[in-house]
Write a protein that binds this ligand. Structure first.
Ligand SMILES: Cc1cc2nc3c(=O)[nH]c(=O)nc-3n(C[C@H](O)[C@H](O)[C@H](O)COP(=O)(O)OP(=O)(O)OC[C@H]3O[C@@H](n4cnc5c(N)ncnc54)[C@H](O)[C@@H]3O)c2cc1C
Length: 414
């Protein structure tokens, strides 16, 4: 079995598919080394272990609590499935990533994010968690509880998350427009205005002559709103686009300012269609917002290195939070993403240079994507890492959820 991108083959000898919570508890308690597998959209050995558990066989158990403004559900659910259930209830989430195909628990565990100056990553919507620890014990935790902020972006290291509770709000509509051929100077000079042009803004580029596309997603309000046909010199596209310009936009959510439900506009890609390009690797760096323009310029200076390996880059913004292992802990960030051609050796080589160039910008790698930084380089970037280590030791004293990825990139040797 491989991950979604096909670049990693899981070495696990056993894949458990429990259909009840009690079975999850038994499997976890009995396994010497185990991890939970989500929808396999991460790009490395992050999710791997001797034994794996898939939660897809647990009943969805979607339960809305209107008074609390939350929805609870089984952790194996994907955002697309959750959105269908919320649609029936007239409810919505605050934000989504670029695709609805990923599992909620896997996205939350890795601080997966969408875009928006005022939007935290997807883990910030978590109001509660239910977790099976390595002793098989079931624990629950809610926002505001002691150490809850350490549990949410758990990197799969703390236990098997079996239920998630997310904040919800009344359903809303969104329009998206794409603007083309933004000049680099305009991006640098008006960066804050451009990312504030919508509730969620994505800048796509191949680091060439001009920035290629700016995707602007805005919530539809009651007020009449003129459709802009220009954004700092970039012109509004008159046909739907794919972020990778030569690919078919049929895979993408509708653009051209046509209003649609939140779940069919906030992601770039439609459920049931291939997201992104399919044959790819991905890397992404989260950078304190104060370094935004300098970081973009330092990647642009490496265009000769990056472009031969690149399908497209995306720049997004993500708001600060208090989650210990979130790259947004205590600071607003920008995200610079790379969809690479599937050339692992070339990408690995380029990442060494790219990470060196981004080090002065205090770049933190996306936990779910390909990067080279080791635990010694990453440690100083996470103020709460000592607390996280203590939490791991307490919840998983026998190290059942530890794997080589965690040792190499986060926890260091035991
Ligand atoms: C095409 C594509 C587009 C993407 N777009 C975005 C994007 O827009 N924004 C972004 O930030 N990222 C994006 N990503 C990255 C992706 O969101 C992350 O890799 C995320 O972790 C994927 O979730 P998953 O369920 O597939 O995780 P997996 O790869 O299955 O697992 C990831 C981690 O989560 C843990 N985990 C999963 N479920 C549980 C559970 N129930 N309990 C405990 N631990 C668990 C695993 O053990 C592992 O450590 C994209 C990836 C792809 C392939």
């Amino acid at each position: 079995m491989t991950n979604w991108a096909g670049n990693y083959r899981y070495r696990a000898g056993t894949l458990h598919r429990p259909s009840t919570l009690e079975q999850v508890q038994e499997v976890v308690a009995a396994a010497p080394r185990v991890r939970v597998l989500g929808s396999r959209h991460s790009f490395t050995d992050l999710a791997d272990s001797d034994e794996l558990v898939s939660l897809e066989g647990l009943p969805a158990g979607v339960a809305v609590d209107r008074d609390a403004g939350t929805v609870s559900f089984s952790a194996g659910l994907r955002y697309g499935e959750l959105a269908e259930a919320l649609e029936r209830e007239g409810l919505a989430l605050a934000n989504l990533a670029s695709l609805p195909h990923i599992s909620v628990a896997g996205a939350v565990a890795t601080a997966t994010h969408g875009s928006g100056d005022a939007k935290g990553n997807l883990a910030t919507s978590v109001a509660g968690l239910e977790l099976v620890t390595s002793s098989g014990e079931l624990r629950t935790a809610s926002r505001g509880d002691h150490e809850f902020d350490g549990l949410v972006v758990g990197l799969g290291a703390l236990g098997a998350v079996t239920r998630v509770t997310l904040d919800v709000e009344p359903a809303y509509q969104v329009r998206q427009r794409v603007f083309e051929a933004l000049a680099w100077d305009a991006l640098h000079e008006h960066f804050d205005e451009i990312t504030a042009a919508g509730d969620s803004v994505s800048v796509f580029t191949r680091w060439g002559e001009a920035v290629d596309q700016v995707w602007v997603k805005r919530r539809v309000t009651g007020d009449p709103e003129p459709l802009l046909d220009e954004l700092f010199g970039a012109t509004a596209a008159t046909v739907d686009r794919h972020p990778i310009i030569e690919l078919d936009p049929v895979n993408c959510t509708a653009q051209l300012g046509v209003p649609g439900p939140w779940w069919d506009r906030l992601p770039h890609f439609r459920m049931g269609f291939m997201p992104s390009s399919g044959a790819e690797l991905q890397s992404e760096y989260l950078i304190p917002r104060r370094h935004a323009v300098a970081a973009i310029q330092s990647v642009h200076a490496l265009a000769g290195l990056v472009r031969p390996l690149l399908q497209v880059s995306e720049v997004r913004t993500v708001a600060a939070d208090r989650l210990w292992m979130s790259p947004q802990y205590g600071q607003d960030t920008i995200a610079i993403h790379f969809t690479w051609h599937p050339d692992p050796v070339g990408v690995q080589r380029a990442l060494v240079e790219l990470e060196a160039a981004l080090a002065p910008s205090e770049a933190r790698p996306h936990w779910g994507k390909v990067f080279v930084a080791d635990a010694a380089a990453i440690g100083p970037l996470y103020e709460r890492l000592p607390d996280f280590r203590r939490l791991v030791d307490r919840l998983d004293p026998r190290g059942a959820f530890r794997n080589p990825w965690l040792t190499n990139h986060v926890l260091g040797p035991p």
